[in-house]
Design a protein around this ligand. Sequence first.
Ligand SMILES: [Zn+2]
Length: 304
Amino acid sequence: MAELFHSMMQFIVSLFAAGSIQSATPAPAEGPLPLQQSIPGGLTVIPVGYGIQPPAVSFNGQQVMVIRPDEQKPWLAMIGIPLSQEPGETSIRVGNKSIRFTVNDHAYPEQHLSVKKNHVNPSAAELARIRDEQAQMAAVYTHYSPARPWQPMAWPVYGEMSSAFGLKRFFNGEQRNPHSGLDIAAATGTPILAPADGKVVLTGDFFFNGNSVFIDHGQGLISMFCHMSVIEVEAGEEIIAGERLGQVGATGRATGPHLHWTVSLNNARINPLLLLSPWQKSKILAAAQQQNQEQAEPTETSHE
Ligand SMILES: [Zn+2]
């Protein structure tokens, strides 16, 4: 099974290589759009007009990404829906109008685990540190930077998904924050590669997340990589898809080496699988499903 998955991942890498050769000739298309899933933790795409300039779009008070992959077609608002969003009718602001859309309910699986008490309840000094780190992360997630060409994301590390996005987590019976990213199991030292172009905007050693790197991919699309053993980039660096960011580790509140990858769009943490190409997503899900039957041990105790 692992063999098969790895040869598949190599094929994915070769597909991306082929894609970059094609884009050497001028072409307006920048790859397939993200998959839509109008659920908490999902993403929905809404057409927002044919103007020369993209309209200003906001959702929950947060500026929204607007792209136009095809000039014959309207601008598209790409709306990240937070895990905390109540299912039902909601709306985006487009200029001075609003456009309604529906967020469907979704039952994410539950995960129950027992952890040592000192992992669950931080001390007063640790709480102060956690608050400071949350403020730094919030500044990154709410920042809106200029547009970059839209591109689907690549799988950032050579390894299998070990924990899915959105799991409802209970530690010693107490409900905690849901899993706001996905985990990929890999040995300490495995290189972590940028899933798309962007700019490194924050690095550091965080209480829960350990050594972490934040990349701004433009228009409110941010990636976070956690628990790294080594960070190999610095804030301010421009990064191209496939460039090394660092190495897999188990720093912060992790019980074993893995990569935790969060993707945030308009300050909503969303399922990173939606931003992969549909082909990649279906293969990765199939491999994860096989593995879930063996129930992988949880590798971390908290996030954010
Ligand atoms: Zn995780």
